[in-house]
Ligand binder design. Structure first.
Ligand code: SAM
Length: 281
């Protein structure tokens, strides 16, 4: 695979104007300047295995990217946007923002729905639920209550079409990060944005899926990071600034930056916090 050079910053205006279509905990939009300033010059193939809202991918738009996340509903939504965006846009019209409708949608089993209805439900719940959270119970059922909004937009057709265009030629798959990066080769680039290790015992928000991302998962991720390093794959990771994470990556380049926090409702808890950018190059 020939390596793909990123457009120089001054030429990035030529990229398709594409922004995240979902609200996602840990969205990286506000950290992009810090992250992109630290990218290697040549990216090779681009991998983003904790895709979430895809802010980093959208800001770079590298061709042929491998985009993965373990959340099957999120990935199904992206695959639908990639292959059938007009049918999805048409389907969004049927949704209503009212409690009875919300809880009926929430109660549906997405695996039993037709492909368009399944993607449309994910987008609807994401835009109408409390704080745009994605949280499931132990049985894997989405359990976030309805949020309070004035007139929520479920999907902006232009935004969805722009994302569809950018996703053409990318691989979009629901899988674990270790499987996703197994094919990465020397010179390729992986951006890891895992669920962060909690700063305190109670501050964690890691239930994106029914399996929470605990200390052992962070250790397993560090092993993958080291393995990719040994294979000549360049990796960048975002994580929380905690002694545990610093210890796991002590052999790598680790830089602390100040990050604004977004997900807390209480403004006091939204103050900026130190985060780490970990690099193996
Ligand atoms: C911090 S979020 C990513 C935020 C994203 N970078 C953005 O800008 O919106 C972490 C993501 O990791 C996913 N995830 C959790 N465990 C995973 C695993 N084992 N493999 C792959 N993805 C996983 C979650 O579904 C979630 O979407």
């Amino acid at each position: 695979m020939p390596s793909i050079r990123l457009l120089p910053v001054q030429d990035r205006a030529r990229l398709t104007k594409a922004e995240p279509v979902v609200k996602w905990a840990g969205g990286k939009t506000r950290l992009l300047p810090e992250l992109t300033a630290r990218l290697p010059e040549d990216l090779g193939r681009y991998y983003e295995p904790f895709l979430g809202g895809a802010a980093m991918f959208l800001s770079l738009q590298p061709a042929g990217a491998v985009l993965t996340d373990i959340n099957e509903e999120l990935v199904h939504l992206y695959r639908t946007i990639q292959s059938d965006v007009e049918a999805l846009i048409d389907d969004l019209d049927r949704h209503r923002y009212e409690a009875g409708y919300y809880y009926a949608m929430r109660a549906q089993n997405p695996r039993r729905l037709a492909p368009i209805a399944r993607a449309s439900r994910t987008l609807y719940l994401n835009k109408t639920c409390f704080n745009g959270l994605y949280r499931v119970n132990r049985r894997g059922e989405f359990n976030v209550p309805m949020g309070r909004y004035k007139n929520p937009t479920i999907g902006d057709p232009e935004r969805l079409r722009a994302l569809s265009e950018v996703l053409q030629g990318c691989e979009v798959v629901a899988t674990d990060y270790a499987t996703a990066t197994a094919t990465a080769q020397r010179g390729d680039f992986v951006y890891f944005d895992p669920p962060y290790f909690p700063l305190t015992r109670t501050s964690s928000f890691t239930s994106y899926t029914k399996e929470a991302f605990a200390a052992d998962d962070q250790r397993r991720l560090a092993e993958t990071f080291d393995d990719l390093t040994a294979r000549g794959v360049r990796c960048m990771q975002s994580n929380s600034d905690t002694p545990f994470i610093r210890e796991l990556y002590r052999h790598h380049r680790v830089e602390a930056i100040n990050a604004p926090r977004a997900i807390a409702r209480d403004p006091e808890r939204r103050k900026s916090v130190s985060e780490l950018i970990i690099m193996n190059y």
